[in-house]
Ligand binder design. Structure first.
Ligand code: HEC
Length: 151
């Protein structure tokens, strides 16, 4: 085997290894609120998963809860995208109250369920925000903001 062949074979082995180990292990099941199908959590165009997103995929726990900077950012994104239907304090308008204990979608009282609805949509006017350029990191920040409003 020539040196070039050997080098390219090594490269091929390394590539396979890199691809195998780069795929994040998704331990938690993310499901569509409407039909219970598995969610496609692949990044949107230009999105790089943050450590918070990677950790959320594995644990289903939002690392930004209680983080003042993330909450402040989440508030801005909420005001730009959500308050028109849910009100600035998330108490509900055309869309439901997000800070009481009453939920339409059975998992929406958990951060995982909120993420599923915001990422991939629910009934009627609640559109999938991943299809509107929102990154998963931004969704986690919005959820941290909503959680901060709960009494
Ligand atoms: C055009 C109006 C509209 C906008 C904008 C909107 N929502 Fe909604 N949202 C709704 C409606 C209507 C529902 C109820 C859907 C259903 O019946 O399943 C809903 C449901 C939800 C739920 C689940 C509540 C439950 O009880 O099941 C969450 C969480 C939520 N929205 C968060 C958000 C966030 C965060 C944003 C911004 C990124 C947003 N929504 C933007 C209308 C809207």
């Amino acid at each position: 085997m020539s040196l070039t062949q050997r080098a390219s074979r090594t490269l091929a082995v390394l590539t396979v290894a890199a691809v195998t180990f780069a795929i994040p292990a998704i331990a938690i099941e993310f499901r569509n609120a409407l039909d219970d199908s598995p969610l496609d959590l692949s990044p949107i165009k230009g999105e790089t998963f943050t450590d918070a997103v990677k950790s959320f995929h594995e644990t289903g726990t939002n690392p930004y809860v209680g983080n003042a900077d993330a909450i402040a950012e989440g508030k801005k994104i909420f005001n730009d995208n959500c308050q028109v239907c849910h009100k600035p304090d998330a108490s509900g308008g055309m869309g439901p109250n997000l800070i009481d204990d009453v939920v339409i979608n059975p998992r929406a009282n958990t951060d995982l369920g909120k993420f599923e609805v915001i990422h991939s949509g629910a009934a009627g006017a609640m559109r999938p925000f991943s299809k509107r350029g929102m990154t998963q990191d931004q969704i986690l920040k919005i959820i941290a903001f909503i959680d901060s409003l709960k009494k």
